[in-house]
Design a protein around this ligand. Structure first.
Ligand code: SF4
Length: 645
């Protein structure tokens, strides 16, 4: 309310309000008060210029143009609004179709929309006017359908933008059907620009009516709107210019009113961001209280939660498929914490997305096996599978701000999955949401459940995201860079919380991070990924001392510890990560590796187990890398050069 009042106090808000109210009041009262004056024929005073009696003169039957302009307000506004409603409804159908229909039919709709948008609106309107026929009804349909592609294109762009956000992905993981996601999560977040566009569209529709009427295709006599009056006025413009000017000004003022109204509505709908206080550390007691639910969920025979074999993720590229994930195999057991580390572009996040069925077309996921709790995730998604993903898998995304729908209260968002999958009524689901918020140590959860995401601090949002995952009985939490967007103290709290949940609920955790320290601290086992492949798989405890792959050792060396000489430059990994579209032959790390030999450039090393449960892919695993100059790990040739000196 406060925001709307402040918008109202701005010059734009005030002008929009005054003009809009003026136009609406005129539309209602003018036909009631002045129809007789507007229709009165005076053959003694035809085509007269402006006078005290007729402010805008008279037409060819001696009728008062000023009164006719006032009376025409209702029909003009009604027609413009009707055409806008048609444009919005058809535009929404066109705009949301690609999201609802999927890849191939969606592409056809997109291509059709792009072609229609390429035509000037007035040409389309003329085309449809010919189809729908001359007259007010035909003009409304013509202008409505002509405006739909532009509105549809805007909707498509906005929907595509929002549907890639984390909270939509979370809703997909929670198994919420697409149509429901569209109405609950996507459309509320694109409504602001759509409302603005619709009001601006109403202004444009007014002008289009003037255009069609001018061509004789719009409103037909004896009815009249501003377009019709303009058409008649143009005919006598040399005798009485005011005859065209009066309806012209009316179109201008009403168009301006619609546009400014749209702008003010946009401002009034704006969502602000408020900072907050970091949340308190987690309470082990609260977490322990949840243990029975976890036991119930995990009570089945095997303790294998996730089993991945030869996972590949590919995207179409200009010269063939690009494969950012190339044959990744791993498994996670109940209660185990597995870290996946690597630089940007190593394929670690895509691996997590593939496991959660969140790789969208045109991306393609293939695997020899992709099992979550024994259920094959490679097959077409079934209702049972959606339920399994919704209750057994929790996703925690990097940016806690984009993880929630900004237009919905936190409690409702947490409760959504429970209502859907566990069949809880609204009150029970909300009560569970409050309980889960308490479990992740959000203070005053009853009050907080009624707040919006922007009223939570970053750390609290991330806790709430974890709480959302706990609404079911998760067997696996996949956390993709969960602390990257948080400050250092809050980072530690979130890591502690994840560790506490794992311990208390025996949940498996897959933690994706570029930070080898974070992974080493929280996880039991670490997979190191480079260029879409696992290059080393080892216990987290061995990371610092006995990692064998040069890339893992470089990642560890790049992190300062207590023994690091702060006066010396930190070790850096020379060169850039591999472009997934251009992976070299042989070992992908060879160009940056201090141990690279001719064999490394020619033959790709396989990922081999060493008999102790560790795996490494390197022809020279474990060989010493001990020379550093200027903080860079030296290549073999450079090392020989330095040794020869
Ligand atoms: S295979 Fe060769 S280039 Fe690749 S990491 Fe091992 S030593 Fe380096």
């Amino acid at each position: 309310m406060k925001r709307w009042m402040s918008v109202l106090r701005t010059p734009v808000g005030l002008t929009a309000t005054v003009l809009s109210i003026g136009v609406l009041v005129l539309a209602v009262v003018a036909p009631l008060l002045w129809t007789d004056n507007a229709d009165a024929i005076d053959t003694d005073d035809i085509l007269a210029g402006p006078s005290a009696q007729h402010w805008a003169g008279t037409d060819n039957l001696g009728r008062d143009i000023f009164y006719r302009t006032l009376v025409a307000t209702r029909l003009s506004v009604e027609l413009a609004l009707a055409a806008t409603v048609i444009a919005v409804v058809v535009g929404l159908l066109i705009g949301t179709a690609p999201y609802l229909l999927g890849r191939r039919p969606g592409r056809v709709v997109l291509a059709g929309t792009n072609i229609a948008v390429a035509f000037p609106g007035i040409l389309l309107a003329l085309f449809f006017a010919v189809i729908f026929g001359v007259g007010a009804k035909g003009a409304v349909l013509a202008i409505g359908f002509a405006g739909a592609p532009t509105f549809g294109r805007l909707t498509q762009t906005l929907v595509a933008g929002i549907s890639s956000r984390d909270f939509v992905a979370a809703a997909h993981v929670a198994g919420v059907p697409r149509l429901r996601i569209l109405f609950r999560h996507v459309l509320p977040n694109v409504s602001e620009p759509l409302v603005v566009n619709a009001t601006i569209g109403a202004g444009a529709a007014l002008l289009s009516f003037a255009g069609l009427s001018f061509l004789g295709l719009g409103v037909q006599q004896p009815a009249y709107d501003w377009g019709r009056l303009l058409f008649d006025g143009i005919g006598s413009i040399y005798v009485n210019p005011a005859a065209a000017l009066a309806p012209g000004i009316a179109v201008l003022v009403a168009g301006l009113a619609f546009n400014l109204f749209g702008e003010s509505v946009a401002k009034g709908l704006g969502v602000g961001v408020v900072g907050g206080i970091p949340a308190l550390p987690p309470s082990p007691e609260a977490l322990e209280a949840d243990a029975p639910a976890a036991e119930q969920a995990h009570g089945s025979g095997t303790d294998l939660v996730l089993d991945v074999r030869d996972l590949e993720v590919a995207f179409p590229g200009p010269t063939g498929p690009i494969r950012p994930v190339r044959g990744v195999s791993f498994s996670v057991r109940r209660g185990e914490a597995l870290g996946i580390v690597g630089e940007s572009g190593s394929g670690k996040s895509l691996t997590a997305l593939a496991v959660s069925r969140l790789v969208e077309a045109p991306g393609r996921v293939d695997a020899a096996r992709l099992d979550l709790l024994g259920s094959d995730l490679r097959v077409e998604e079934t209702k049972a599978q959606r339920r399994l993903l919704g209750t057994s898998l929790a996703m925690v995304f990097q940016d806690p701000m984009t993880s929630f729908n900004p237009t919905r209260r936190m409690g409702g968002q947490l409760a959504e999955g429970a209502r859907h999958h566990q069949g809880l009524d609204r009150a029970s689901a909300l009560a569970r949401a409050v309980d889960r918020m308490r479990a992740v140590r959000i203070s005053e959860p009853e009050r907080r459940a009624h707040q919006y995401p922007h009223e939570f601090s970053g750390g609290m949002r991330q806790r709430a995201m974890i709480g959302m995952g706990l609404m079911g009985s998760p067997a696996l939490i996949v956390a993709d860079e969960p602390t990257t967007a948080l400050d250092v103290t809050v980072q530690q709290q979130v890591l502690d919380l994840l560790a506490a949940i794992r311990a208390a609920e025996d949940v498996a955790l897959v933690l994706i991070s570029h930070d080898v320290t974070v992974v080493g601290e929280v996880c039991d086992r670490v997979l190191v990924m480079y260029a879409g492949k696992i290059v080393e798989d080892l216990p987290a405890a061995d990371l610092a001392a006995t990692a064998r792959h040069p890339y893992t050792r470089a990642l560890v060396a790049a992190v300062p510890d207590m023994d690091t000489d702060l006066d010396a430059p930190l070790a850096v990994i020379p060169g850039r990560p591999v472009d997934p579209a251009d992976v070299p032959a042989g070992c992908a790390f060879a160009a940056r590796c201090p141990l690279a030999t001719a064999r490394c450039h020619a033959e790709e090393p396989p990922l081999e187990a060493d008999g102790t449960g560790r795996r490494v892919a390197c022809w020279h695993a474990g060989e010493p890398i001990d020379l550093e100059v200027d903080g860079s790990l030296l290549g073999r040739d450079e090392r020989e050069e330095v040794e020869a000196r």
